[in-house]
Design a protein around this ligand. Structure first.
Ligand code: NAP
Length: 349
C-alpha cells in the first residue's frame, strides 16, 4: 500500500496567512507516535507565532499544540498505543522547532508521554480542547522546584498534588484561579479540585456555571468593583491554608488585583501565564509557567483516559468548530485573535 499524502498549513513568513501545501509524512522515532489528525485546536500562542514568528526555529514552520485523531504509527519502544487507537495529544514544536511536531497538518508527531487514549464516547472535536491546557495546568500546580520559564523568569513551584481518580478528599488548601473560564483556567480548576484543593475563580458573569462545572467552590465576577475584597473574603471564609493565585490572564488589571489580594492575605504564590509583575512584596513567590514539562507525564499516563471515561475530567471550555480542512485554520486563528469567551476554537480535519 502506498504511503498516504501529508499536507500542512505552513507559515512561510511572520504576519502572513498560513498556506496549505504538501508536507513530508512524519515517522515515529523512539518515544513518539504519529497521529492522523481529526481535529486541531487553536491557542493564543499560535496567534503570536503567526503574527510575530515567536518560537519559530525553522522556516517554513508548522505550529499548533493540540491534536486529536488516530494513531498512524508508533515508535519502536512505545507500549501504550497501537495503530488505530483514538488519542489526544500535545505537540511540542514550540520546543523542538521541527515542523513534524506542529499540529496544523494531516499527520503530526506527538511524544507518547504527552498523549492519552480518547474514550469512544468523546468526539475528536471535544477531546482536542484538553491537551495543551492540561499540560499548562499541571505546570501551574505541581512543579516542586522553580525551573526556568524564560531568561530571567522562573517557573512557579506550588508543589500541589496531582489529580486523583479516587474522589477529591479535601487537603485543606485554597487556590484562586483568576480567569476561571479560560482554557488554562478551567483546566487548572478541574485538576486542582480533583486533587482536593478548594478553588475560587474569577470569571465573566455568564460563565459562572461553566466554572462551577469545573468544580469551583465559588465564582466571583471579574467586573465587580469589589472583586479584590470579594476574593479575599471568600478565601478567609474557606479557612485552611491559602496557597496563592494562578493568574491565567496576565494583564495589568489582573496583576494589580493579584497583588492587592496577596497583600491582604499575607502573601502566597503567584503563578502566571506571562512574566509576572515586578516589584512584588517579599512574601509573594511569583513565576511563569512554561507548558511543556515532564511533570505532566504521570497525569497523561495515569489520569487522563480514566478521568475522561468516568466524567471526572470534562472537555471544557467547549469547542467552537469553525470548519473542516486545513484551509480553515486561518479563519480559526482570526476568531481566536478577536478574543473568545469560555470556548476553544477548533478545526476538523
Ligand atoms: N506560559 C505558558 O506556557 C502558557 C500556556 C498556555 C497559555 N498561556 C497564555 O495564557 C493566556 C490564556 O490562554 P487561554 O488559552 O487559557 O485563553 P482563552 O481561553 O482564550 O481566554 C479567554 C478567557 O479569558 C477570560 N478573561 C479575559 N480577561 C479576563 C479578566 N480580566 N478576568 C478574568 N477573566 C478574563 C475570558 O473570561 P470571560 O469570558 O468569562 O469574561 C475568556 O473566557 C494566553 O495569554 C496564553 O498565551 C501561556
Amino acid at each position: 500500500m502506498s504511503a498516504p499524502k501529508n499536507q500542512a498549513a505552513w507559515l512561510k513568513k511572520a504576519d502572513t496567512p498560513l498556506e496549505v501545501g504538501d508536507a513530508p509524512l512524519p515517522t515515529a522515532g523512539p518515544g513518539e507516535i504519529v497521529v492522523k489528525n481529526a481535529a486541531v485546536a487553536i491557542n493564543p500562542l499560535d496567534c503570536h507565532m503567526q503574527d510575530m514568528g515567536v518560537f519559530v526555529q525553522q522556516w517554513p514552520a508548522i505550529f499548533g499544540c493540540d491534536v486529536a485523531g488516530e494513531v498512524y504509527e508508533v515508535g519502536s519502544d512505545v507500549q501504550r498505543f497501537k495503530k488505530g487507537d483514538r488519542v489526544i495529544g500535545h505537540t511540542i514544536n514550540l520546543v523542538t522547532g521541527r515542523p513534524q511536531d506542529g499540529a496544523f497538518a494531516l499527520y503530526s508527531v506527538v511524544p507518547a508521554d504527552k498523549a492519552a487514549i480518547l474514550p469512544e464516547a468523546i468526539s475528536f472535536t471535544d477531546g482536542v480542547v484538553v491537551p495543551f491546557a492540561l499540560e499548562a495546568a499541571v505546570c501551574a500546580l505541581s512543579l516542586k522546584e522553580p525551573g526556568t520559564a524564560m531568561l530571567g523568569v522562573s517557573t512557579p513551584a506550588l508543589a500541589l498534588p496531582y489529580p486523583s481518580l479516587q474522589g477529591a478528599k479535601s487537603i485543606g488548601k485554597t487556590l484562586v484561579v483568576y480567569g476561571g473560564s479560560s482554557s488554562t483556567g478551567s483546566m487548572t480548576t478541574q485538576l486542582a479540585t480533583a486533587a482536593g484543593i478548594n478553588v475560587i475563580t474569577v470569571t465573566g458573569a455568564k460563565n459562572f456555571d461553566m466554572s462551577k462545572r469545573c468544580s469551583a467552590s465559588q465564582v466571583i465576577e471579574r467586573n465587580d468593583t469589589s472583586v479584590v475584597d470579594k476574593v479575599v473574603e471568600a478565601v478567609k471564609n474557606a479557612g485552611g491554608e491559602f496557597v496563592g493565585i494562578f493568574d491565567a490572564i496576565g494583564t495589568p488589571e489582573t496583576y494589580a488585583n493579584d497583588v492587592e489580594i496577596l497583600k491582604k492575605l499575607g502573601g502566597g504564590h503567584l503563578a502566571c501565564v506571562h512574566p509576572p509583575p515586578g516589584d512584588l512584596p517579599e512574601n509573594v513567590k511569583a513565576g511563569m509557567i512554561f507548558a511543556v514539562n515532564d511533570v505532566a507525564t504521570p497525569v497523561w499516563k495515569e489520569y487522563v483516559t480514566p478521568a475522561l471515561q468516568e466524567g471526572k475530567l470534562l472537555c471544557l471550555p467547549p469547542p467552537t468548530v469553525v470548519g473542516k480542512g486545513l484551509e480553515h485554520i486561518n479563519e480559526a486563528l482570526k476568531i481566536s485573535k478577536a478574543g473568545v469567551s469560555a470556548t476553544k476554537v477548533v478545526v476538523e480535519l
